[in-house]
Design a protein around this ligand. Structure first.
Ligand SMILES: [Zn+2]
Length: 490
């Protein structure tokens, strides 16, 4: 007898199939037409899909608990269909050492309603290998924003990115050029509204920073290709093998690759030795740079996203500088223009953007109703992201495969989490979607401590049932788990 069986129209790696998902000890162990469990739920024709994974949240714990804490943040995430979130390091104290990371882990473990990971920030002096053993990923701020974790050492950048990779941790990067932002501010003075904020943190500031990162990625590709050529002289690889090799640094990885049967993108991400992930892409210029980069490497690899991946937030896709409340819409990178929004939509649809991430950055209404210059940057979004985008799937603005890949499968694969697929051996994480249950977002129904949402009154479809590692987490619009149920993944 299984612990839990959930029956419905399940999304199994690209196919919808009426079946039962059987979970034991937190793992999916059987997927079959008929299964029996201690607990059994039949959802008829409703969609069962892997739960979401939000790789970019700020739960403000410790240090800013009046805005959010790990308990309320993970509760909001659970209602929004997430099984796992990765929390950013700009808390107080910031996560920049083994000690601060251990302290934070101890504190938030007791509060986590769902699974989680923790980023460490990077300073030029830090001992990366030690921290890499404990953190889930590294966050680099190339421009100043909330908290003071600016990484300003340009000539150390490539080697730091390389070292995080060598220690099997992905660097995720806030890519804006601090120099351009400062120059603009010196010329234009402090911003008083969203439009001026956008002029200061200009499209060019993001584009230049991304372009520098692409140069680093290109050097990596070239180096590993040259290494492969040398290897070829010794072992006589066929041309075909050499083609596959070009972005892999060890022959073992190539051999392993042949045995795997996951989707191509996931295999590549999981086995690629070096990786850069760009946070919250927001400009049409950034989209073009990344698209061109991918096209340029396509000639010698069969899929695009080997070395660089990127994410987009709901607010950069759905809102722009005309947002009706200026301080509430203040965020870094800034809300941009309708042209940027359409570029982001098409990039998400064609796979240039790989991941949807909320950058949930809650501030209270008091914080956000100060003068524009003083108001902190950031918008909440962890609870509304999946419900908003599943509604776009319903209305044919986004296809189901792209959506599930961006919100679940690819983020899991990026961080090597045993999540993101309804498949045997994976964590027993799933959500159930009733496409007929569309409703308008109302702040009074949300669970973040911050008490507001930029998406008030937008259409959304909240999951009706959520399971995380076999634990029924949301049922009948109730949180069914206790704080501390969430497991730390690193
Ligand atoms: Zn952020």
């Amino acid at each position: 007898m299984l612990d839990l069986v959930v029956e419905g129209n399940a999304y199994l790696d690209g196919q919808l199939k009426k079946c039962c998902i059987g979970i034991n000890n937190g793992k999916i162990i059987k997927i079959k037409k008929i299964l029996k469990g201690d607990k059994q739920f039949d959802f008829g024709d409703k969609l069962i899909m892997p739960a979401g994974i939000d790789i970019h949240v700020h739960f403000r714990d410790p240090g800013f608990n009046y805005k959010e804490d790990f308990r309320t943040g993970t509760e909001a995430a659970a209602f929004g269909g997430m099984s796992c979130i990765l929390d950013m390091p700009n808390t107080k104290p910031p996560v920049i050492s083994i000690k601060t990371l251990q302290d934070k882990l101890k504190l938030v473990s007791k509060k986590a309603n769902i699974d989680f990971g923790l980023y460490s920030s990077i300073t030029s002096k830090m001992r990366i290998p030690k921290i890499a053993e404990l953190c889930t990923g590294f966050k680099l701020y190339l421009a100043s924003t909330t908290g003071d974790l600016l990484f300003s050492n340009d000539w150390l950048l490539a080697s730091v990115l390389e070292r995080t990779n060598l220690n099997n941790r992905i660097p995720v990067i806030h890519a804006e050029s601090e120099r351009i932002i400062r120059d603009n501010e010196a010329t234009l003075g402090p911003a008083k509204n969203l439009h001026e904020h956008l002029l200061i943190r200009s499209n060019k500031a993001e584009a230049e920073s991304i372009s520098n990162l692409i140069e680093i990625a290109k050097t990596w590709s070239k180096n590993s290709y040259n290494k492969a050529l040398k290897y070829n002289e010794k072992t006589k690889l066929t041309n075909l093998e050499l083609n596959e090799w070009k972005d892999f640094n060890e022959i073992e990885k190539l051999k392993e690759l042949r045995k795997e049967d996951n989707s191509h993108l996931n295999r590549i991400i999981a086995h690629s030795n070096k990786h850069i992930h760009i946070c919250h892409l927001s400009t049409s210029q950034g989209v073009e740079l990344l698209r061109n980069y991918r096209n340029s490497i396509k000639q010698y690899i069969s899929d695009q996203a080997i070395i660089m991946t990127t994410e987009v937030t709901p607010h950069h896709i759905l809102l722009n500088e005309k947002f009706n409340n200026h301080t509430m819409g203040k965020v870094n990178p800034p809300l941009r223009t309708t042209d940027d929004q359409s570029a982001l939509w098409s990039a998400l649809a064609d796979g240039t953007i790989n991941v949807l991430a909320s950058d949930h950055a809650p501030h209270t209404l008091d914080d956000k109703t100060q003068d524009f210059a003083e108001a902190p940057a950031g918008l909440p979004g962890v609870e509304t992201m999946l419900p908003l985008f599943i509604s776009f799937v319903k209305h044919n603005k986004l296809n189901l495969d792209t959506f599930i890949s961006a919100i679940s499968t690819t983020p899991a694969a990026l961080f090597n989490l045993p999540k993101g697929r309804l498949a045997e051996g994976y964590d027993g994480d799933l959500i159930v979607i009733d496409f007929y249950k569309e409703s308008k977002i109302k702040v009074r129904n949300l669970h973040s401590k911050c008490g507001w949402s930029p998406y008030e009154n937008m259409e959304a479809i909240f999951p009706v049932f959520t399971v995380v590692r076999g634990n029924i987490t949301i049922k009948d619009n109730n949180l069914e788990v206790d704080p501390g149920t969430g497991k730390f993944y690193n």
